[in-house]
Design a protein. Sequence first.
Length: 200
Amino acid sequence: MTKTIDKHAQEAVPDGRRVRSERSRKSIIDAMLQLVEEGILVPTAQQVSERAGVGLRSVFRHFSDVESLFATADKEIRKQYQGLFAGGDRDGSLGERLQHAIEQRALAYEASGNYLLTNKAQAWRYPVLREQYLRAQGQMRKDLDDWLPELKRLPSEEREMIDAIASFEYWNRLREHQGLNKKASTGLVTQLMQRIIANQ
């Protein structure tokens, strides 16, 4: 009987350590995302460890370097916001679908803006972030084609204009640098895209 109890106790120890390890890893990722959400676009490992309530060594036990921490956080936030980019009403006339597509992107950009800025700020340093960003851009281009199959008939130059106008970079410029509100930015992007499509 004693041997059986000891055996179960020994099996429970690794399980307990694994649970604590997983909890610690999650708290580190959550801390990174919280800092970015608050506007600290390039958090340091020290800031993350302090927010997570773990030692700096614990951060690097879970993540081999800062690049892997940023890459993991980036994947996590993309999972959280993937539904925003992929959702929305895709029925109706060309004008209605275009309006819905831009409104849906505006919703996603507003929700995930700081995370996208963090990726942009660090992409020059970390190749994995560049790869993840480019992959996401390809997915967003396909998604826009799903909203608006008419885009596939545009000449290549006009199609590239559409992608530029619908991009987060352009949205961020309108919102942050030109000071337009969400409604005005949505309207401007929609008008520009309408003009390009209507001229074909």
